[in-house]
Design a protein around this ligand. Structure first.
Ligand SMILES: Cc1cc2nc3c(=O)[nH]c(=O)nc-3n(C[C@H](O)[C@H](O)[C@H](O)COP(=O)(O)OP(=O)(O)OC[C@H]3O[C@@H](n4cnc5c(N)ncnc54)[C@H](O)[C@@H]3O)c2cc1C
Length: 304
C-alpha cells in the first residue's frame, strides 16, 4: 500500500479536515488501548462513505468501519489501511410520527433523548449503552429486556458488492448480539426506529431508573468495553468468573472489575496485549473449571 497515494485518494473525497494519519486508536476506543490507525477518515455523508469504499475496493486497500469504539479492542500494532469512523459526523435524524430515521453515527443516548423529547417510548433500554446506532444495529445491542431487534424496522446499508441496499424487518436476522450485517458484512448508513407514543414523565423515570441501576452495578468510572463475553445459555458470565476467584485478577494494567466480573477494565496503562491475555486466561479457566467455552462479545481488531 502506497500510503501517500491512499491519503491523496481519500483526501480528494472528504477534504483534508476530515483525515487523520497515524491516529492513536486509544483515543477513539472506550478501553483506551490500541496502536495507530494508518489513516482515519471521518466522512460527512453517505456519498462520501460509498466513494471511500469504492476506492478501497478498487485499490486493494483494507478498510474498517467503526462507530464510537465501545465494543472493540484494537491490538497494539494498530490498524493498517483506512478506518472509517461514523461517530461525530453522521448524526442527522428526522422524526416522523412514531418513527425516527437516523444516520449511523448518532449515539444511542442521543436517540433516546430525542425519543423522550417527542414522547416516544421503546428506546429507554438504550439510553445507557454508549455506542452509535450503526454499531448497535450490527451488534443487536440490548439491555434490561430490550434490544435493537425490537425497534429497528429498516436499514439502509452498503453491501459487500458495493451497492446500497435496504433491509426490512426479519431481513436484519437479529440474534443474540448478532445480525445479518455482522454475519455477511456491510456498512450501516441509516436505520429507521419504530416506537410507540408514551408519557414523557414515565419515559424519563424509566430511563433514570435503568441508568441508576447501571451506575450501581457497572464500573462506568473506568475504561472498558462493557461486558467482554457473551452470556452462555443459563449462566451469568460475571458469576462464573467470580466463582473461579478471578475478581480483581490482573495481567499488566488489565483487571477483572471488582464491581462486575463480566467487565475487564483498564486499571491504568493497560496495553491491548494485557487485555487480550486476560481474556484468554479467563476463557481457559472457565473451560477447565466448567467445560464452558466463553465467546467474546467484544471485537478484537487490528494487526497482531
Ligand atoms: C460501559 C459500557 C457499557 C455497555 N453496555 C452495553 C449494554 O448494556 N448492551 C450492549 O449490547 N452493549 C453494551 N456495551 C457495548 C457497546 O456499547 C455496544 O456493543 C454498541 O452497540 C457498540 O457501538 P459502537 O458504535 O461503539 O461500535 P464499535 O465499537 O465502534 O464497533 C462495534 C462493531 O460494529 C461494527 N460497526 C460499527 N459501526 C458500523 C456501521 N455503521 N456499519 C457496519 N458495522 C459497524 C464495527 O466494525 C465493529 O465490528 C457497553 C459498552 C461499554 C463501554
Amino acid at each position: 500500500m502506497d500510503k501517500e497515494n491512499v491519503i491523496k485518494l481519500v483526501t480528494d473525497i472528504v477534504g483534508p479536515e476530515n483525515i487523520k494519519t497515524d491516529e492513536p486508536m486509544k483515543n477513539h476506543t472506550s478501553f483506551k488501548v490500541g496502536g495507530n490507525a494508518d489513516i482515519m477518515v471521518l466522512p460527512e455523508n453517505d456519498i462520501q462513505i460509498a466513494k471511500i469504499v469504492e476506492v478501497c475496493e478498487r485499490e486493494g486497500i483494507p478498510f474498517f468501519i467503526m462507530g464510537n469504539g465501545t465494543n472493540i479492542i484494537v491490538r497494539d500494532k494498530g490498524i493498517r489501511g483506512v478506518v472509517i469512523k461514523t461517530c461525530g459526523r453522521l448524526e442527522r435524524y428526522v422524526v416522523n410520527d412514531c418513527v425516527i430515521e437516523a444516520e449511523s453515527g448518532i449515539l444511542l443516548s442521543k436517540l433516546a433523548e430525542i425519543a423522550l423529547e417527542h414522547g416516544l417510548t421503546g428506546l429507554e433500554f438504550a439510553s445507557g449503552i454508549p455506542g452509535s446506532l450503526g454499531g448497535a444495529v450490527v451488534m443487536n445491542a440490548g439491555a434490561y429486556d430490550g434490544a435493537m431487534k425490537d425497534v429497528v424496522i429498516r436499514t439502509e446499508y452498503i453491501s459487500r458488492d458495493g451497492l446500497t441496499r435496504i433491509l426490512k424487518g426479519d431481513e436484519h436476522r437479529f440474534g443474540y448480539r448478532t445480525s445479518f450485517i455482522q454475519e455477511e458484512g456491510g456498512i450501516v448508513l441509516r436505520s429507521w426506529i419504530k416506537l410507540q407514543k408514551g408519557n414523557k414523565e414515565d419515559i424519563k423515570a424509566l430511563m433514570d431508573d435503568l441508568n441508576e441501576r447501571r451506575k450501581s452495578k457497572q464500573p462506568l468510572e473506568m475504561p472498558s468495553a462493557g461486558s467482554v463475553f457473551k452470556r452462555p445459555p443459563g449462566c451469568f458470565t460475571g458469576r462464573l468468573i467470580e466463582n473461579c476467584g478471578l475478581k480483581g485478577y490482573r495481567i499488566g494494567g488489565a483487571e477483572v472489575s471488582t464491581k462486575h466480573c463480566g467487565f475487564i477494565v483498564n486499571a491504568g496503562g493497560a496495553t491491548a496485549n494485557d487485555v487480550i491475555s486476560l481474556i484468554r486466561y479467563i476463557q481457559d479457566r472457565i473451560k477447565s473449571e466448567y467445560g464452558i467455552e466463553l465467546q467474546t462479545e467484544v471485537k478484537i481488531v487490528g494487526e497482531d
